[in-house]
Write a protein that binds this ligand. Sequence first.
Ligand code: UT7
Length: 315
Amino acid sequence: MNGIKIKGTGRCVPEKTVTNDDLARIVDTSDQWITTRTGIRRRHHCTTETHANLCAGAAKAALARAGVAPEQVGACIVATVSADTAVPSAACLLQRELGLPEDIPCFDLNAACTGFLYALHTMECLLNASPRKFGLVVGAEVLSRLINWEDRGTCILFGDGAGAAVVECREGWPSIGAVLGSRGDDELLRLPGLEAGERSFIQMDGTKVFKFAVETVPRCMDQVLQKAGMTAEDVDFFVFHQANARIIDLAVRKYRIPTEKYYKNIQEYGNTSAASIPLVLSELEEQGKVGPGSRVLAVGFGGGLTWGGALIEFV
Ligand code: UT7
């Protein structure tokens, strides 16, 4: 199979920020507790912006940075659990907004916080079967709509945003070598669907999810490196799903990853689920920390349960 590489990234986040002090006025919490237990200082929440607006903003920025025109796109996937509508999908709305070709697949993908990595792998498969060699992968969430404002264990964690990547598929390029997994579990992390009627809130057993995450992240990293026949030294940058700074710190310590080779933006956005990894990628590219030739190891985990990792190169 021919591999994909990232040609350009983009992001779009709502203007309004909600600080830890703002939340301390709603539930029994404090800036000190949230900062030390999670690393989060603020998060962005939509007011007038919609999920579709965030997707379009991130996708347009990624296409512009990649220098790719909408008519060159061979498939579009939006990883999300919080689209404006179940039907039409966010990806179909994006097809219309961007003027993507009509003879390509556009669909949403739900793998919770691992969604962007699931979508990258799916895109690699799709582009191998497509005459068009560019793909659009978006991770977008409006989780502020799904928050139980009476639950201090979850309402402090989540934020809104979107990140996007334009990928290119070329003969002879190595596969991203994605390692993906899933284990059905509705106890640790749950977002009710139609059964909940009008209101649907994220429910989470934070401590159990934390334990799952600290076991899963290094296992995924080992599997990705083993599959590629590489070691951590062969990786230019490590990108972790931004769920809790302590989870990232544990992985970084275990692999002795130097400070200049990983990145956190959880302090600014909180946990944005499927948007988290592309938000990091987009900031890294903008800051020149990654660029053509960079090899990034990305790891995600979350509801489903799902997990995954991949070695992603930039071109
Ligand atoms: O993206 C997908 C996956 N999501 C995650 O990866 C989240 C993983 N889990 C976590 O990040 C952490 O488990 C949390 C940040 C959610 C919670 O941190 P924790 O260190 O596991 O705290 P805890 O749930 O064990 O609670 C410790 C104490 C409890 O009080 P008592 O029983 O010891 O008196 C909680 O009631 O902290 C209390 N607590 C809070 N206190 C102030 C829980 N939430 C808060 C809060 N402010 N917001």
